[in-house]
Design a binder for this molecule. Sequence first.
Ligand code: ZN
Length: 243
Amino acid sequence: MIQETITYTCTNCGSTNIVRNGRNKCGSRQYHCKDCGAYRVLKPKTRRSPRQKATILRACKERCSLRGIQRIFGVARQTVANWIEAHVRSLPDLSQTLLPAQADDVLELDELWSFVGKKQQKRWLWVALCRRTRQIVSFYIGRRDTASCRQLWRGIPAEYRACRCVSDTWSTYQQVIPRHQHTIAGKSSNANAHVERWYNTLRQRLGRYVRRTMSFSKADEQHYRMTRWYIIEYNSEIASLTM
Ligand SMILES: [Zn+2]
């Protein structure tokens, strides 16, 4: 018979005066140190390789919930949320993903509702889509008001801001877009067909990505992050196909 005895010590203070303290949400055993009072994981998991991390992030983008990720890969939800945050922060600026503007480009401006937490918590996603390239040249998440529309407008890079803009008849757009470059189109005219189609794709990919259990401010950040992630990669894909 071969027997091995392992002595665990507190990773915080080095004391051996530690006792079992159940398991954490991922099922890892925890201890409590009676000397320094720390509650820690008994055998900390080894770091994930960049490849494993990439696989897990890809799963997030395929509408796998953070809870699902936790069940499949055994990674805590908060850890995955931190990875997403770091990943999205490392992405380039939206303006850097755009193809050069052309003088006769047309932008379709529109807003679509999404929600954070529950359906009553509406957040409007404002987008400006270039009809020729199908890229999103600006987006903003906020309320359905003139201030948000103005933020969208300000986010449009200078080289695209002189382009002709098409929107629906809602008066907010008329307050923000200079009249000489604004085409107001009724719902039946199909002028916003491309942006509508883009919304369909977005809804399929990001339809219900905000988890109900998160606090609202966190969910808002997460909502913005996932949207930005999707848009930057969407734009970059188009740019790489064209170049
Ligand atoms: Zn300790």
